[in-house]
Structure formats: C-alpha cells, structure tokens
Design a protein around this ligand. Sequence first.
Ligand code: TEU
Length: 560
Amino acid sequence: MTDLWWKSAVVYQIYPRSFADADGDGMGDLRGIIDHLDHLAELGVDVIWLSPIHRSPQDDNGYDISDYQDIDPLFGDLATFDELMKGVHDRGMKLIMDLVVNHSSDEHAWFQESRSSRDNPKRDWYWWRPGREGMEPGTPGAEPTNWGSAFGGPAWEFDQKTGEYYMHLFSPKQPDLNWENPEVRQAVYAMMRWWLDRGVDGFRMDVINMISKVLPLADGRLTAGQAYADGSAGYINGPRNHEFLHEMYEQVFAGRDGLLTVGEMPGVTVDEAILFTGQERQEVDMVFQFDHVWADRGGDPWRVFPLQLTVLKGIFGRWQAGLAEEGWNSLYWNNHDQPRVVSRYGDDSPEFRAASAKMLGTVLHLHRGTPYVYQGEELGMTNYPFQSITDFRDIEALGQFRQATEIEGREPADVLTVLRARGRDNARTPMQWDDSANGGFSTTTPWLAANPNYPQINAKAERADPDSVFHYYRQLIALRHSEPAVVDGDFTMLLPNDERLYAYTRKLGGTELLVIGNFTGETIEAEIDGWDGAELVLSNLPANGLTMAPWQAVVLRRTR
Ligand code: TEU
C-alpha cells in the first residue's frame, strides 16, 4: 500500500486566467501565480491544482486542449512553468495538473487528422457516426442519437467534408476521444508520463467517468419541453471505466510515490465511488462528486430551489457512511464551475458574509475527505451582480441561454435569474488582491469584470485583519494537519431532521470532536447532550456553550 499523505492534505485550486495578471493583458498568467505563491504558503495548503494551462483555442477556457505538451502563450511557456513548479516545491507544496482527456480540442492535430478522411488512420480516435437512417444528414433530428450537449444544442456535429457526425458531450470544439481505441489510451498515458517525468505531482482528471461509452450508442430519454434528451445513461460510469482507469494506473502511476490522482465524476454514485477509490483496486485516489452542489436543483433546470438543509445533510451523511471503510472523497463547496458558496448556501450581506463564509468552511473541512479551497473562497468572495446576458463570458451560460430562450421559448428574464444564481462566471471573476483598480488583478481591463466589492473584500485587507475569513481558513487547514480525528475519525451525523443546524461528531480512539454550524440568521440553542466543559477548538464568533449565534460555527473536543 502506498503512503496516503493526501488524507491529511488540503488542496487549493487556481483558475489561472482569473488569478493574477503579471504581463498586463487582462488575463491571468503563470508569472502572476509565481508572484503570489507566498499567499498560498501562508494559507498553509499542501497541494495546488492548476486548471488547464495547455495550448488551447480557449473555447471552454482551456478545457479544450490542442496540444497536451505545451503551455498556451496566454499563460507563459514551459520554462516559466518549470519555474512555477520549483517555487511550489521550494515552499513544500505539490502541484497537480488538470487532465482533460475525455475530449480534446477540434484544433488538436489528432482531430485534424481524424476529420481529414474516412480512412485516415486516426479516424477511429474520435466518435464518428453516419446520420440517422432515412434522414438527410445535417438536417435537424438526423443526429446519430438524440443527446443534448452540456452547453446547449445537440451532442453531435455534422462534418461536411466526410459527411458524418462526430460526438461532443460539451462544445462542438471539444470532440470526445474514443477510449475504445488502444492507441488513444497509449497516447494519453505517454503524455501523462511526460508531465510526471517533468516533476508534476499528479492530476485532477476532468469528467473521467465519461470516457467509456455504452455500446451501441442509443437514444436517451426525452423530457417534455426540452429540445434534446439526457444521454447520460450512455456515458456516465460506462462499462469499461474501471478497466481504463486501472490500466492507466498500471501504465502511468505504478511505482511512483507521493502523487495525487483525483477523478472528477459528475453523477458518480457512492457504490461506484467505492470501486473507483478502493485502495486494492488501483484506479484513483479520490473522487470529486457533485451531489452536494446539486442539492439546490430540482426537476426543472430553469428554476432556483432554496437549499433545504436536511437534503444537504442527507447527501453528506450518505457519502460519509458509504466511504467510511473503503474509498475516499473530495470535500468542496466551490470550483470554477460553481457559484460562490457564501452567496449560495450562506448569506453574502455585509452583516453576515464573513461569519457565514467561515461557518461553511468549518462544516465542510471537518468531514472525512480531502478539502479543496477554490481561489477567493479563503476571502469569502461572492457572486457577481450580473445585469444582463452580455455580462457573461462562459460558453455554458451563453449556450444554455440561447437554447432556453430561442429553441425552448423560455422567458429571458427567468433564464437570467437562474444564471445569476448558478452561472460559472460567478466563480471566474478576477481574484481580489487589494483595493486598487480591478482588485489588483490586472493593470488593464480584465477579460471578465472584477466584482465591484473588491474595495471591501480583498486579500490585502484580510491578511491584515486577524479576524478575517483568510485567517480563519488558516486555522481550519492547520486543524486538519494537527488533529488526527479530523483525518481518520469515525463520522456520526447528529440532528438529521433539523433544518437549521448542521451537527456531527468525529471520533478517533479517546478523542471526539463536535462540529456545529448554524445555517440561519437566528440564534438557536443546540440540543446536544454531554459536551458541558468540553474544550473549545475553534469558533467564528465568541462562543457561548451550545447557544449558536446567527451563522455561528463551533468546534469542541473531549477526550477520555
Ligand atoms: O466539468 C464537468 C461538469 O460536468 C460540469 O461541472 C460542467 O461544468 C457543466 O456545468 C455541466 O453542465 C468539467 C470542467 O470542470 C468544466 O469546466 C468543463 O467545462 C467540462 O468539464 C468540460 O471539460
């Protein structure tokens, strides 16, 4: 068994285009990251995960890679990358890369060859299919299956040149690679070894539970009012997914120590996650699942549902119990695809923003699993006040808006309400470093506007204030490093039917922790017995026994 160092680690995610712009072109870059490494070292994180910096046409902000072994000139070059990696390692941290291999860019040389003719040797590296029987290829409805793509429109693009369609679960500029073809897999593994040989410490694997498709490809279920079907049964946790990941382990990771592999897996079930992350199985170290960030979604994608705390607790409780003996989970509220948690599950008003950001961090971090901090979360950064669709840059927001308003006939104002609450650009506004123009992110107009609250919410101010969200996150991270019960303790959910308080215990040997978070703006008496006189480990507000002030979090410890 390898060393499971990552169980006590905290990961920090950087979205490079929004982190720091050193060369003044309005876009973050590698030099900008190098300049701010001390911020991360001071926070105390162990691992940095970089969203894609590879060469890319940037159709989906780099999740569309045209050269897996080069850096996009927007961000820098390989020499600067090596300098960044050294800066990370010198500070005792590790660096993991994004691995986007469910699909490539349509501008990748592999796809250029594949699309050039039906008998090109790389034709089978992607998913090419003729149009539907008896229909004119290229006309609406003639797509090989009825699946919709994540960013609006069908999951198939007709290619005039060879008269066939190719599959793209995301944008038409992100054709899906055909993992059934062993040459594709070998090419990917060779590329991964190249990065590891260069010195990177692992990978966060983008939608890695979509690489195995169910054959033959078949239509999905069509819901009334929706233009395209949900095809996910045809590509989520497909039949060869485990086989592919185990093969990858053997060919890329076996015999290398100290690495971290994270499988991003939308729609993964607890039972599947146990298989993906079971130690003996040699697939990936941990999953990155979505159930808790989909807790405020219902059947209608164009409605915002308020969070029901018991639902959220049910989800966390199920995952904690399911992975109690075998398997490992990531713990996150935020990433580059999710709205800011303080606006979503907390209260981002000036009165409660800092308290609720700290409470949410506390409740999340002290579960069993590996916590992730997404850039700006450690400052309590909030959602952006989007006024109109023209304020958005994200291909998902723009594509879904088009489909919902133009094809499905929904009210633009209603669609905008949902995008404002959930849109990915909420997470992608520039990192707020100080109160100078653009929050100190860039000396020029950024690619996406900075949140106008940067004069109040920024790293410089928070580093100077011992009571800030930043310094609270430092304590939370330090607690994971110092308290073994946080890493390995048994988890027990308390008050499962309470809609206002989130409470649980962690127990390891003679040490037990009690974690309580108040998810409301009211004072509530927590009715939990047996903790009189327990040691106060952490609280975001002055503690008063189990009387929970608005948005208060309390962590207690007792030993026997
Ligand atoms: O996201 C996968 C994913 O399923 C969603 O989170 C996605 O962002 C979308 O909202 C689904 O409707 C990963 C990346 O994190 C995301 O940025 C990419 O756009 C996507 O894969 C494609 O590479």
